[in-house]
Design a protein around this ligand. Structure first.
Ligand SMILES: NC(=O)c1ccc[n+]([C@@H]2O[C@H](COP(=O)([O-])OP(=O)(O)OC[C@H]3O[C@@H](n4cnc5c(N)ncnc54)[C@H](OP(=O)(O)O)[C@@H]3O)[C@@H](O)[C@H]2O)c1
Length: 347
């Protein structure tokens, strides 16, 4: 996600400057394999672009990669930074884009990265759902106390404005929602309908770059459950735990069952459902057979869909057609503009 974001940022650099008065330098990059690389004067753009399109170096390298050679990500200070706080200081970071892999159990290390960024005095933008489910209120309140933004539009439906829609709808009460929020399982089900095996279909989703680092998170329904929990936590202000969402994945569906479902005009989809009740909420993620009269039956491939039930609009639906990684990166770019120029319209 962040490699695509680098390309998108560089692609929109001129427009950001001329249209929105925003200029930027990428002053730090960190991954487990690269280490914590920082240069407050800005990292070499050619090297960043190469990095954003090439395979990362061999993880067994002991040294932080790409250092010391002209035209590479050489930090001015050759010693690697040891930890996120030193790295943020060395990079003089104003904004952190956090896109580490999802950790279902604790949301770490993303929670620590975001906390460190906000305490450092930077805005924190993430595509990682873990911190929303595990630490939303703490990070939101910390951001407010620091006068910074904690934004996460890319965590659900890529860059589609789901979270930022609701501040545009003051005094509306969300009573429930349902939808298809996991692209990997949707690609798998679509490809199985077309005759591919489960494994071939999963490989297709992985080749598109949309599968979770650990694809069992998608297949077992956990990615969809985390997204559902994130929406409940933020939009309904109910801090829900993952085990409060009844979750079932698509691993038990055979190719025959999936193809028969489509043939009977009742295709299988992995559906998230949430309802507000007198005592709280009910929430589930499970494969369901959907009649063709329901728009969800048409949601194929990487597309996703959400239908909000509110007290003013009985039904308000958003369909996202065939996004790629640019859509996810766009959500982070849009959050960047929202964070640094809250005064301007995105148009
Ligand atoms: N892909 C999508 O379509 C999509 C859409 C929406 C949201 N997201 C979310 O965005 C995040 C990133 O997804 P992705 O597809 O870009 O995953 P990815 O390709 O697996 O990349 C994850 C990155 O995180 C780095 N990382 C992991 N643990 C780290 C740590 N402890 N310290 C520093 N770096 C660490 C990895 O570095 P190494 O490789 O060096 O270990 C890698 O560069 C995930 O949380 C995912 O749920 C993804």
């Amino acid at each position: 996600v962040n490699r695509t974001l680098v390309r998108l940022l560089l692609d929109r650099e001129q427009e950001l400057r001329e249209r929105h008065g925003i200029s930027f330098r990428i002053t730090g990059v960190a991954t487990r394999r690269l280490g914590w690389i920082a240069d407050p004067d800005g990292l070499d753009q050619a090297a960043l672009l190469a990095l954003s399109s090439d395979e990362l170096p061999n993880p067994t390298r002991a040294e932080p990669a790409l250092s010391g050679t002209e035209g590479t990500l050489a930090p001015h200070h050759p010693e690697p930074r040891d930890n996120v706080r030193d790295w943020l200081s060395a990079a003089h970071a104003d904004v952190l884009f956090e896109a580490t892999a999802l950790n279902l159990e604790s949301g770490q290390p993303a929670v620590d990265h975001i906390r460190a960024a906000l305490e450092h005095g930077a805005h924190a933008i993430t595509a990682n759902k873990g911190p929303i489910v595990h630490a939303y209120r703490e990070l939101r309140d910390l951001a407010t106390a620091q006068g910074k933004r904690f934004l996460f539009e890319s965590t659900v439906m890529d860059g589609v404005p789901v979270f930022s829609l609701f501040p545009q709808l003051p005094l509306i009460h969300l009573q429930g929602f349902h939808g298809i929020l996991n692209s990997t399982t949707n690609v798998i089900l679509s490809e199985m309908e077309n005759g591919l095996s489960f494994d071939e279909s999963l490989k297709k989703a992985q080749a598109l770059g949309i599968a979770e680092t650990d694809a069992t998170h998608d297949i077992d329904g956990w990615d969809a459950a985390v997204k559902t929990a994130a929406l409940i936590t933020v939009l309904m202000d109910v801090p829900v735990k993952l085990d409060e969402i009844q979750s079932e994945g698509i691993g038990g569906l055979s190719g025959e069952a999936v193809r028969a479902g489509r043939k009977e005009d009742r295709p299988y989809k992995l559906i998230c459902r949430v309802k507000k009740t007198a005592s709280g909420i009910t929430a589930s993620v499970r494969p369901e057979q959907i009649p063709l009269t329901d728009p969800m039956a048409q949601i194929a491939g990487t597309s996703s869909y959400i239908y909000f039930e509110t007290d003013i609009f009985p039904g308000l639906a958003i369909t996202e057609e065939n996004p790629g990684l640019y859509a996810t990166a766009y959500g982070m770019l849009a959050d960047f503009v929202r964070a640094v120029r809250p005064d301007i319209s995105l148009r």
